[in-house]
Design a protein. Structure first.
Length: 394
């Protein structure tokens, strides 16, 4: 399929120019594979940007969607929805948090968390986030996002939000004080290039929290729900967050996000302070319950951890074999970054020619986000083709 297909012309004709489209017209997906209308089969190591945690056409997800859709598809949040309660109970069990607020997306969950922090601590207190972070594209979440490319042309953003350099302990100590309301962070940055907080940063953050009693907000939108081989990315570190924001995989492919809080912050919002027409959609929540049951009750976490270690070890062998091409390999589970010595957009294209779909982020980092159901056979297929591409480039 090429860009001359009429669907690409119609996309330009009818839709705002906000996406750089991949030149494939997808017909359907099954398991870890996507199929194009010209009958090509692609191994998907991007998983809808970490949304399709169980791949495509998963029977448990489809059954949950069909069963709930036959009852009601939407119910106003003025009514109690059984699918919301079931999913909230599961999330609290998995996370150890106290309360849940459902949204339609990750950026909405971030917006809710900002409002909660502002109400609890007051608007004059400062919120801190990290360089190279990505928290969303709405004005509040964009104010937290530490990448200038996303912020350019959209100022002025929210006041009293400061970005400090990722893993810079001196800046952390210098900027946090009694006027600090919260620190927002991705323990494992996604869009930023799979950047991981250091143990030293983690320890200092805990120390400062004890001293100044601010909130820690963990953005687990991309790294949560088993993606790293643990329930959440922060589970690889000592820091325990006060608020967690999740989305992407949560709805099993349907739009769904959530804000989770510890008991301390569970009564900050009162009726009328915040809300959502579609947040916690019953069909999406039913799919989310099916998804969590599959991830946390079928041994999938252990498989992701084991195969993720295998993938990282094999990639480090390639790094040793191609030191002029690969600078670093980092990540946990099925959230892995391969930092290249130069722009990696061409690698994405070359891998697509070999029927493997990957992503390039932050200019030179190949980002791997395979479905959690990926098995060793598919990892080996990726590794073989990635090795072939590296040999071509060398």
């Amino acid at each position: 399929m090429n860009k001359d297909n009429p669907i690409f012309d119609n996309e330009k004709k009818y839709l705002l120019n906000t996406y750089k489209r991949i030149p494939i017209e997808i017909s359907h997906g099954e398991g870890v594979y996507l199929y194009s209308k010209d009958r090509k089969k692609y191994l998907d190591f991007f998983a809808g940007l970490a949304v399709n945690a169980l791949g495509y056409s998963h029977p448990a997800i489809q059954e949950a969607i069909n069963e709930q859709a036959s009852k009601y598809i939407h119910l106003s949040n003025y009514y109690i929805s059984d699918p919301q309660i079931k999913l909230a109970e599961l999330l609290i069990k998995i996370s150890g948090m106290s309360k849940v607020f459902f949204t339609n997306s990750g950026t909405e969950a971030v917006e809710a968390s900002i409002k909660l922090i502002r109400k609890f601590y007051g608007p004059e207190k400062q919120i801190i986030s990290l360089s190279d972070s990505f928290h969303g594209r709405t004005y509040g979440s964009l104010s937290l996002t530490g990448r200038e490319a996303y912020r350019k042309n959209f100022e002025p953003l929210l006041q009293n939000i400061l970005q400090i350099k990722h893993n810079n302990i001196n800046e952390l100590e210098n900027e946090i004080n009694k006027n600090t309301a919260a620190v927002f962070l991705e323990f494992i940055q996604g869009e930023g290039g799979i950047n991981i907080i250091s143990d030293e940063f983690d320890e200092k953050l805990n120390e400062l929290k004890t001293k100044f009693n601010f909130a820690i907000v963990a953005d687990e939108i991309q790294s949560g729900l088993g993606r790293t081989g643990k329930a959440f990315g922060f589970n690889h570190f000592k820091t325990k967050p006060d608020l967690i924001v999740i989305a992407k995989a949560l709805g099993g492919g349907l739009p769904l996000g959530a804000l989770l809080t510890i008991e301390k912050y569970s009564e900050v919002f009162k009726p009328g302070d915040h809300g959502s027409t579609f947040g916690g959609n019953p069909v999406a929540c039913s799919a989310g319950t099916a998804l969590l049951n599959e991830i946390f009750e079928s041994g999938l976490l252990e498989q992701v951890s084991r195969l993720g270690n295998y993938l990282v070890n094999e990639l480090n062998i390639l790094k040793n074999n191609f030191p002029s091409l690969i600078k670093d390999v980092r990540g946990f589970g099925f959230m892995i970054g391969i930092e290249m010595a130069y722009d990696c957009a061409n690698i994405v294209s070359l891998m697509r020619e070999k029927n493997v779909l990957i992503n390039c982020t932050n200019t030179n980092v190949v980002r791997l986000l395979p479905p959690l159901i990926t098995e060793k056979e598919q990892i080996d297929y990726f590794l073989y083709n990635f090795n072939e591409v590296l040999k071509e480039l060398k």
